[in-house]
Design a protein around this ligand. Structure first.
Ligand SMILES: [Zn+2]
Ligand SMILES: [Zn+2]
Length: 1007
């Protein structure tokens, strides 16, 4: 079998040879440098970008979707006259290279560069229209130089700082993980079966929290341009909420220990814990603000539920715990709650024992959600400051000293975990929030979906003081507030009930009002809190950007001077995958002179998180060779913001949050003049095979190169676009690929046939039948496509003219804005200057019908590309048009058929660019499609021809209906019946017969 036919498919093929065609046109594109662009303020720019790949393994078809979508957009925008930048580069630092190096004894650079070469080969093979001159690789000193430069600028501004802190340590990665890299309640994001450990080490942090408000507020700018889902995820990640501290007074003065925290006798353990500060950064309240003595401070985001508090629960190592217990009286029997005391009389002693026990078996953070709840009553009470009620003070194993204040108020009716605890230990469950509208179950479940973001937030939020299990389905309580104890916690917002003067207010109002009142009355304080944490960037790895600081015994932390940048990675590290940072093992790297005093000093040996690399890479594309600055501001000002960013939803939080942060920092440094890097974001669906995402580990990949070898890149591209709408998941199907392949063959044969039957012949043939000169029109037609393109200056003319239209102002408005940008007429496919579309008066009925189909398709496809990316429906339309051309009979002249075929080729150009170029050439054009603009449809040709149908009842004319030619009898009948005048004659009668003459008459016979 011919090597170009799809192997084993048995498909008969014509002379469509994708491998030859694709190589030919890629060469021409390169020679003509058609994808290169330069910043030019006179031109309307368009920046389309796919997220830069991490080069690892081989590219499969699951990867190609992102790039194919981006390429279609880039090519359409070019055809529409935009100055398009469409770059590509490599996220080249990272752990896999280091792991591979350890395993295979190769240098990470070799491993990485081999992968880059492989990736580049595949992307080039698919003909993606990148400006390869702008290619960057983040592992090169020319690039990471600027990571270091940015770090130093942040250090100067107090945005980079060092602190000893508890970190997440993956024993398999042997490195620190960011909080967001800890998944599924305590596992490594790369090793989903490996529990993350806690360690305390000195770390470098970037102060993302300094921009928390801006990161939140600026999301408004992105509305309409970014998927709502992503905006919600970003908002929840920042997690701003209004919380309040409230101080509960301890009831009764039972001893000096309570009134003086400093003299806590025998509580050295607790004291040590409270002052250790290891996790102090995780605390919500600033450490310097101590709660007043004799009071227990709690923090809550739901102060509105305070009337429903049925206990305060302390962490086992809460500083006051011992002294509280010591001060308790051996009272009534129920005060032994939680103690398996039997008939022991000394409850205080039992409590102390229990406390010691709980301290020892403290629940780990990651187990808190699932651990068996345990607790006991201290024998003491606190006063609810809002209503003066006495509530018991408990100790619970699920309250952590490390979060918040180490004490919580338990509101069982409105918190699932508190509910569980209260049910187990018999605490009261007062209901203080009712659903806003008493809703039925089904409605409730719908509501939970729409308010899922809120539920998610409160579940995720560390600031809540309580580490809660994720709540997937917040439910309304079964019972109404009045009818006794609820069967489950109602955790949603609603209306306050049983809450004194606050009853009847909405949750939001109650929160505001109670927090303000608590502050005014001196027992609380309103606080705005964020879930967002500072970004820990230190990594104990080799394959990353060295952090450019030096430690001197005399001068402390000394920044590496700018003139000494970049701090280059040592060439030959010892990579063992264990222990300290590999950089620490190289004495030549480590031992340096202090830039300040010249004395002996040590370099920092950690490298930066690779998210640093991807936080600003798209700016470097604007000016990739700059060795004086990360990029020239004027260039960034021209190209930014990115008009269309495309990538996977998995990057919806981290990469985009860090990029947005970096953008704001660069703005404050004065490098750029905008606040958001990307005006529009698109997240494509996944490619599935056999029901699961295509991935090497799942063993269900279809190699991209194999695909190109079997069917050609154009078939792969077309299939990827056709198989599903771009935002939806795509289920891979070999059969459908063959369908795409057959379609392209059909188009090819059509053009082949056309090119083998010269227009002159068919014209001669037609001329026998028809009078009228087509000669001049044929001449025009050719000129229309080719006259300008041979001059060699057309691109410039086209572009400069388009910018003259002043469309620059729309640069950030996105997809819709370019409707206003029109390339100049000379390079436009102008329907008025074509033989058929341009002179519709001379057309036969068959020609009219075919042209109508062509212009309708063009209209639809143009819209599908413009507004929403309905590539799949666009392709379906083009397939129908292809059928229509095949079906065209003798009444359609060759030149009309050819014109329609040309429209078809132009519509295919962004999606199957190689084939389109070849067909364009076969149809007699020279100069390449890159010189041709997107065709414009002619509304009057796209319009359905309207006919007037006479409607008779029993032979008498009773009305007329106007509708599109070719409308079916059924539809005409429906329309006729809807006409009041006609309907009057049908009323009460039985239809016995209907006579229908298409496009002319409907006669209804009634009795
Ligand atoms: Zn790991
Ligand atoms: Zn020094």
């Amino acid at each position: 079998m011919d090597s170009r036919t799809p192997k084993g498919t048995g498909i008969s093929v014509g002379d469509y040879k994708p491998q030859e065609i694709e190589a030919k046109w890629q060469k021409r594109w390169n020679e003509n440098r058609v994808f290169e662009s330069e910043a030019d303020p006179k031109k309307q720019k368009y920046y389309v970008l796919e997220m830069l790949p991490y080069p690892s393994g081989t590219l499969h078809m699951g990867h190609m979707r992102n790039y194919t979508i981006g390429d279609v957009v880039a090519r359409v925008k070019r055809m529409k006259g935009f100055n398009v930048i469409h770059p590509m580069g490599w996220d080249a630092f990272g752990l896999p290279a280091e792991n591979a190096a350890i395993k295979n004894q190769t240098h990470p650079r070799i491993w990485t560069n081999n992968n880059i070469a492989e990736f580049q080969k595949v992307l080039r093979r698919f003909g993606f229209s990148y400006d390869w001159r702008r290619e960057i690789s983040t592992c090169e000193p020319e690039y990471y130089h600027w990571n270091q430069w940015f770090f130093l600028r942040m250090l100067e501004r107090g945005l980079a700082y060092r602190k000893k802190s508890r970190v997440n340590w993956c024993p398999k990665c042997c490195t620190v993980l960011a909080n967001e890299q800890v998944i599924n309640g305590g596992y490594c994001w790369r090793h989903e079966d490996t529990l993350v450990e806690a360690r305390d080490i000195e770390q470098w942090f970037l102060k993302t929290t300094a921009y928390a408000d801006q990161l939140l507020d600026d999301l408004k700018q992105l509305e309409g341009g970014w998927p709502e889902r992503v905006i919600t995820m970003q908002r929840n990640w920042i997690g701003k909420s209004i919380g309040a501290k409230v101080w509960f007074e301890v009831d009764g003065d039972r001893g000096p220990a309570i009134s003086d925290q400093g003299s806590r006798a025998g509580s050295s353990e607790a004291k040590a814990h409270s002052s250790a500060g290891l996790m102090s950064d995780l605390k919500v309240r600033p450490p310097e603000e101590k709660p007043p003595s004799q009071k227990i401070e709690i923090f809550t985001t739901r102060i509105d539920t305070i009337y429903g508090a049925s206990a305060l629960i302390l962490a086992p190592n809460y500083p006051l715990a011992e002294s509280l217990i010591a001060g308790a009286e051996d009272g009534r029997e129920e005060e032994s709650a939680g103690l398996k005391t039997g008939h022991c009389t000394n409850k205080s002693e039992m409590r102390m024992k229990k406390l010691a026990q709980m301290k020892q078996s403290s629940v780990k953070m990651e187990d808190i959600a699932t651990a068996e709840k345990d607790g006991f009553f201290t024998g003491r009470y606190a006063i609810n400051p809002f209503n003066g009620e006495k509530i018991p003070i408990w100790v619970g194993n699920f309250v952590l000293m490390e979060y918040g204040t180490g004490a919580i108020m338990a509101v069982p009716a409105h918190d699932e975990r508190d509910f569980e605890f209260a049910t187990k230990f018999g605490l009261k469950i007062p209901v203080v929030v009712a659903p806003e509208k008493p809703v039925a179950r089904e409605v409730g479940s719908q509501k939970s979906e729409s308010s899922g973001a809120k539920a998610q937030f409160s579940a995720d939020s560390m600031s809540d003081l309580k580490v809660r299990p994720p709540k997937e389905d917040p439910k309304s309580p079964d019972a109404t507030p009045a009818s006794g104890a609820p069967k489950e916690a109602y955790t949603e917002y609603g209306i306050s009930v049983n809450s004194g003067p606050y009853s009847g207010l909405k949750t939001e109002e109650t929160i505001e009002k109670m927090a303000a009142d608590a502050e005014a009355r001196g027992f609380g304080k309103k606080e705005t809190i964020y879930r967002l944490r500072d970004w820990g960037i230190s990594r104990q790895r080799y394959w990353g950007t060295p952090i450019p600081v030096i430690y001197c015994a005399k001068d402390g932390v000394v920044p590496v001077p700018d003139k000494d940048l970049p701090v280059v990675l040592p060439a030959n590290p010892k990579l063992t995958g264990e222990g300290q940072s590999p950089l620490a093992t190289d004495p030549e790297f480590v031992n340096v002179k202090c830039p300040k005093c010249g004395g002996p000093a040590r370099r920092e040996t950690d490298t930066m998180d690779t998210f640093v690399d991807s936080s600003w890479y798209f700016y470097r594309y604007c000016d990739p060779k700059n060795d004086k600055a990360p990029y020239e501001s004027a260039k960034a000002d021209y190209w930014f913001p990115i008009d269309q960013y495309i990538g996977g939803i998995e990057h919806a939080i981290l990469h985009l949050m860090y990029s947005r942060f970096w953008c704001k920092v660069m703005r404050d440094i004065g490098l750029i003049h905008h606040s958001e890097p990307a005006a529009r974001l698109f997240t494509q669906g996944m490619v599935l095979k056999d029901g699961t995402a295509m991935s090497k580990s799942a063993g269900n990949v279809v190699g991209a190169l194999d695909m190109a070898e079997r069917y050609g890149a154009d078939t792969g591209r077309l299939y990827t676009l056709f198989a599903a709408p771009p935002e939806k998941d795509l289920e891979w199907s070999e059969e459908s690929i063959e369908g795409s392949w057959r379609f392209l063959n059909r188009v090819y044969r059509l053009a082949e046939k056309e090119s083998q039957h010269p227009l002159a012949n068919s014209r001669q043939k037609k001329a026998e039948k028809e009078v009228g000169s087509q000669k001049s029109e044929v001449g025009n037609e050719k000129k229309n496509f080719t006259s300008e393109v041979t001059k060699g200056t057309e691109t410039t003319e086209r572009e400069s003219q388009s910018s003259a239209s002043g469309a620059r102002a729309h640069s950030s408005a996105g997809v819709m804005s370019d409707l206003k940008v029109r390339p100049p007429e000379e390079n436009r496919w102008n329907p008025d200057a074509t033989p058929a579309s341009g002179a519709p008066g001379n057309l036969t009925e068959g020609e009219k019908a075919l042209l109508r189909k062509a212009h309708q398709t063009l209209r639809r496809v143009t819209q599908d590309f413009e507004t929403r990316w309905h590539f799949n429906s666009a392709i379906a339309q083009i397939m129908e048009l292809t059928n229509a051309i095949y079906a065209a009979d003798e009444s359609v002249r060759a030149e009309v058929r050819r014109e329609v075929l040309e429209i078809l080729v132009l519509m295919l150009a962004p999606m199957t660019p190689h084939l389109a170029e070849e067909l364009w050439e076969m149809l007699g054009h020279c100069g390449g499609l890159w010189t041709v603009s997107w065709p414009m449809y002619k509304p009057e040709l796209a319009k359905e021809e309207e006919v007037e149908i006479v409607v008779q009842v029993n032979g008498k004319v009773r009305g007329k209906v106007k509708l599109a030619a070719g409308t079916s009898e059924e539809e005409v009948m429906t329309l006729a019946k809807a006409d009041a005048g006609i309907a009057a004659h049908l009323q009460g009668k039985t239809i016995v017969k209907v006579i229908f003459v298409k496009d002319k008459l409907l006669n209804i016979v009634v009795s």
